[in-house]
Design a protein around this ligand. Structure first.
Ligand code: ASP
Length: 320
């Protein structure tokens, strides 16, 4: 918490959803709603981040999240720098903290960081003088993904409370699942997690979710079906017997989907592995799938986060 309470968003950084209170979440979602309209207009550019420098520091590959943060910063008028980590000093052996301190010396206002290790972004936020946004750390949290998912659901359904959401697949390695569980529970939704025992974190029920290993039982009557990718890059050894068998038991197809509510929405954070966790007929179902809408909401949500975190910084509103 900081002196920025008067801005409506009482946090200096956005490191995770855990611990965020409903008013802060609603504040970001309401602000993002206004940016959805702006992004659909011909003139998409604002100047609220004029003079600000945003550095995107991605230690893990990303398509959607990095382009979305870049676009978000540019639409708000910031100078945006994308650090290609593979070509940077990191590949020459510089540590995360050295890189952060080097960047810090250049006076950025916001650092957007993705890192393969859970907790790395939090550590970095303690070493720099600017605002830090977690763009995904290991299997820990991916707060802007949960916010964009919430915005998508809220715009479609008008509310989050009371919605029954099934998060399905590789829960163990998923930062998306963790952030969504925190957000949806905080906002009064009811969360079920569905997946094989090998991909279910121990004691996950302590986070306030209903645990299912049978897709058919878990999907019964849900409002939202959120599918997750198998995070092969975080697996050492075999967690599933074969991809074919995984699809048979846990892949979303029309037959399994028919157990959810007739108007249940289908979500996926991307990238999708068609035929592994989701069948193409379901992913491309124009009446049920909101996967593209999630991408659109992503830009608006990231604009809201950048805006909220920079409002309290010195010099905002000062005459030029
Ligand atoms: N894009 C999401 C993430 O970065 C989900 C995924 O990669 O499967 O966590």
């Amino acid at each position: 918490m900081s002196d920025s309470a008067d801005t409506g968003f009482p946090h200096r950084h956005l490191l995770g959803i855990e611990g965020m209170l409903p008013p802060a979440i609603s504040f970001l979602l309401d602000l993002a709603d206004t940016y959805v309209e702006q992004n659909r207009a011909v003139d998409k550019k604002k100047s609220s981040l004029r003079g600000r420098t945003q550095v995107n520091l991605f230690f893990e590959p990303s398509t959607r999240t990095s382009t979305s943060f870049e676009l978000a910063g540019k639409r708000l008028g910031a100078d945006v720098l994308n650090m290609a980590v593979a070509r940077s000093s990191v590949s020459k052996g510089e540590t995360l903290i050295d890189t952060a301190m080097t960047l810090n010396a250049m006076h950025p206002d916001v650092l957007v960081v993705r890192h393969q290790d859970s907790g790395a972004v939090h550590l970095l936020s303690q070493k720099v003088g600017c605002a830090v946004i977690n763009a995904g750390d290991g299997s820990h949290e991916h707060p802007t993904q949960a916010l964009l998912d919430a915005l998508t659901i809220r715009r479609r359904r008008g509310r989050l409370d009371g919605q029954v959401v099934a998060i399905c697949g590789d829960i163990l390695h998923s930062r998306v699942a963790r952030s969504n569980i925190h957000l949806l529970n905080t906002m009064g939704a009811c969360v079920r997690v569905i997946g094989p025992p090998t991909l279910m974190p121990r004691n996950i029920e302590e986070l306030g979710v209903e645990v299912h290993h049978d897709m058919r039982k878990g999907l019964a009557g849900v409002d939202i079906v959120m599918m997750l990718r198998l995070q092969m890059e975080r697996m050492q050894g075999a967690y599933v017997p074969s991809l074919r068998e995984y699809f048979h038991f846990y892949g979303l197809d029309q037959e399994k989907l028919s157990l959810a509510k007739p108007d249940a929405l289908i979500m996926h954070p991307g990238p999708m592995n068609r035929g592994v966790e989701i069948d193409s007929t379901v992913a491309d179902d124009i009446n049920r799938s909101v996967i593209r809408e999630q991408v659109e909401m992503g830009v608006a949500v990231r604009m809201a986060c950048l805006d909220a975190l920079t409002r309290h910084l010195p010099n905002v509103g000062a005459p030029l």
